[in-house]
Write a protein that binds this ligand. Sequence first.
Ligand code: GDP
Ligand code: IMO
Ligand code: MG
Length: 436
Amino acid sequence: MSQRKSAVILGAQWGDEGKGKIVDVLSEKFDMVARYAGGHNAGHTVIIEGKKFVLQLIPCGVLRPGCKGVIGNGVVLDPMAFLSEVKKLKDVGLPIDGQLFISNRAQVILPYHRMIELAAENAPGRTKIGTTSRGIGPAYEDKMHRSGLRVVDLLNSALLRTHIQNACFEKNTIAHALFGTEPLDPKSMYEEYARAAEQIAPFVTDTAVMLNKAIDDGQKVMFEGAQGALLDIDHGTYPFVTSSSATAGGAVTGTGVGPTRIGTVIGVTKAYVTRVGEGPFPTEIHDDSADLLRARGQEYGAVTGRPRRCGWLDLPLLRYSNMINGTEWLVVTKMDVMDECVDIPVCTGYKINGQLTDVIPADMRGYESIVPVYTTLKGWNCSTEGITEFEKLPQLAQDYLKFLEKESGAKIGMVSTGPDRAQTMTLPAFAEALKA
Ligand code: GDP
Ligand code: IMO
Ligand code: MG
C-alpha cells in the first residue's frame, strides 16, 4: 500500500501553545500518535465537552478510541508518573490496555535524577533554569553519558538491582559532596522499581518496528512534540532550555522513523507568546496587558501551576522556528484570549546594536541587546470565542491572522478559539491536505 501522510506536530514557541488540544482534534485523522521527546515535564491539556484531561507522558491520541499511543525511545520515562497517569485514564473508563505502547529503548528517570536536579537548581553560583523538577535534565545527562537505564533494562531484575546499587552509590556521593544532600536508599528503590517494572512490562515493545510497520501498512502516524522549538537543546535559548530535541528532527531520532516517511510538519503557535521558567523573552510584557492575557488565557503551568510570563507575538522567533522545523502549516491558538485587547503590538524584527536583523542571537548577551521592533495592529474588541469558520471572525481578527501568515512564511491550517475540542476551525486547504 502506498505511504500516507504522517505529520509532526510541535510547539513553535516556548511550550504550552495548545499542542494537546490540537493533537486531540487531529487524532481523529490518524491511526497512531507517538511522543518523541521530553517526559512528564510536559503538560498537555485536552478539554472534551467540558471534561478536562492533562496528559504528561501519554500521547493525547489515546483519548480517541481506536487511536494507538506510543511513547518513543526519545522520551525519558518516569515509571511512577507513567503508572499514575495510566490509572487516572483507566479510572475514567478509557481503554488503555492494548492501545498504549512504550519503547524498550526509552530512558528511565529514577529518584536520584530528581535529587540531583533539585540540589543543583538551588545551589549557589549555578544558573537557575527554573526547571519542572522532574529529573528530566539529569536523566538525559545519563543517557548521553551512556550510563542511563533503559526500559528494556528496567525489565531485567538482575540488571536493575546492580544498576540502582552502582548509580545510587555514585549519585549519593556526588550529591552529598556538592550539595550536602541526604543519601537515597538503593534497596527500597530497587524493590519499588522492580514492582513498577512488572506493571510496565505489558506496554513495552520495539516501537520503531511497530511504527514503521504501521506506515508500511498505510497507516498515518502523528508525532506529538512536547515543549517547544525555543526550548530545544540545540536550537533553543540555551542554557534556558529543556534537555531534549523538541524540534522536528527529534521526531526522527526519538522514534526510529526516517525523515522520508514523515509527510509534513505542523507548528502550533499562540496568537501571543508565553514562557514559564527563566530565560530571555524579547517581547515580554511588563504592564497590565500581561495580567489581562494571563487572566483571560489562564496562563498558569499545567504541571507546576507557575504563572506563565506573557508577551506579544514575536515574528522573528516564529520565522526561526518555522525554518529549523521545516514547518509547512501553522495552527494559531488562543485567538479568543486577545478579544479585549484594544491595540495589539506584533514584533516584526529585532534591532541589535542599532542594526535591524532577523537573525536570532546564539548567546545571552545578544538577547540582552535586542530591541524589538513593533507594528501595532488594531484589536477586534469583540468575542471570537467558539467561532469555527474563518469568514465569521471579525474582520480585524482575520487581518491579524493574515498578517501573521504573510510574515511567518507558513500557511495557517487551523485556528483555535477556545479550549474545548469543538472550539476549533480547520481551513479548507489544510482539511484537503489531511486527506492525503
Ligand atoms: P500544551 O503544553 O502545548 O499542550 O499546552 P497546555 O495544555 O500546557 O496549555 C494550553 C492551555 O490553553 C490549556 O489550558 C488549554 O486548555 C488552553 N487552550 C488551548 N487552546 C485554547 C484556545 O484557543 N483558547 C483558550 N482560551 N484556551 C486554549
Ligand atoms: P509542554 O509540552 C513549557 C521549561 C521549564 C524550564 C525549562 C527546563 O507542556 O509545552 P525541564 O524540567 O524540562 O528541565 O525544564 O523548560 N519547560 C516547559 N515550558 N511547556 C513545557 O512543556 C515545558 N517543559 C519544560 O519551565 O524553563
Ligand atoms: Mg503544557
